[in-house]
Ligand binder design. Structure first.
Ligand code: FES
Length: 153
């Protein structure tokens, strides 16, 4: 969806800044917020670009760099850590053949860590784009990677 189309859905109030940024990033095939979009958002809300970048920089889920079609965010907060998220992260690095913060050569997956996802009762947890997964095991991760790879074929 075009940025202009997204912006046309929102009133010109900075109360909507977060929602707008989510919307733009979620609709971008490379899961990020390009500089031209920041410019348009600032214009729409009549605020400075620096304010938009400030919000993007504050929240780890936003990116100003192109990422994979699917962004995997593994929780690295204490509870998930205790429940083995470090090992799962190593497993993901090995399966995907990428380091943290990198995207697979086919452009499908980007691997990131995140602060607590609010899903501690199901630790270890992670998100793939907007979907939450908990009680993860290497087997589950393998199935999820397969599922998402097939989904994009
Ligand atoms: S510590 Fe991982 S979801 Fe809360």
């Amino acid at each position: 969806m075009e940025v202009d189309t997204i912006l046309s859905k929102y009133p010109r109030s900075k109360d909507y800044l977060l929602e707008i940024l989510h919307d733009i990033q979620n609709h971008h095939p490379q899961n990020y917020i390009p500089a031209e979009a920041v410019q348009k958002v600032a214009g729409h809300l009549n605020i400075k670009r620096a304010q938009v970048y400030g919000v993007i920089g504050y929240y780890s889920m936003f990116s100003i760099k192109p990422r994979g079609k699917y962004v995997i965010r593994v929780c690295a907060s204490p509870i998930c850590n205790m429940m083995g998220s470090c090992n799962l992260l190593d497993f993901l690095k090995q399966k995907l053949g990428v380091e943290l913060g990198k995207t697979t050569a086919d452009g499908l997956f980007t691997l990131e860590t995140t602060e607590c996802l609010g899903n501690c009762a199901a630790a270890p947890a992670m998100m793939i784009n907007q979907e939450m997964f908990g009680n993860l095991t290497p087997g589950m991760i393998e199935s999820l990677l397969e599922h998402y790879s097939n989904k994009s074929k």
